[in-house]
Write a protein that binds this ligand. Sequence first.
Ligand SMILES: [Zn+2]
Length: 180
Amino acid sequence: MGRKYRNSNRKKHQPYSNFGLGKKHITGNSCINVAAYHFEIKQEVIEILKSYAQHKGDERCGVLTGVQVDEKRYRICKVSSPCVKEHTYSGCMRDAIKANKFIEEDYRMSEHTRFYIGEWHTHPENNPKPSAIDYNSIRDNYHTASLVASFLVMIIVGTQTFHLSVYNGNRFIEIEPEVV
Ligand SMILES: [Zn+2]
């Protein structure tokens, strides 16, 4: 789907600046083994995302924040309201300012425990499948954003089911997070 946004990103080789979260920049040389991690998602995140499902109208998109629960466990905790600059039935250009504001405020409100962990957008289909543009958008974000965790989650909200996958800098792995 046609997202061409640049938010929560920084140009390569610039100093870390966004969110005050620039702990490290992950490269493809240090990919995490996604299978070794346990992923959780809060029930309220699922409910909010369901409320954004694209039963009619244009695609919506936004960002996700989460915490590291322990060494091998991450939890998706918060979902932004739609951050839409422009959208169509099959594309959503994210509003960078709105998305970054959500991430910064959530970081502050959580006393620096919740951080940018991924992206969500909708598809007008029951069981959504990522498009080539979806994969490229996440890859682009992974390589340009300041990440705390060494991966990005992609959630696509369908009208019946969600697609959930994790990009570790090398490949996408579908996950079934535990609902908490
Ligand atoms: Zn898509």
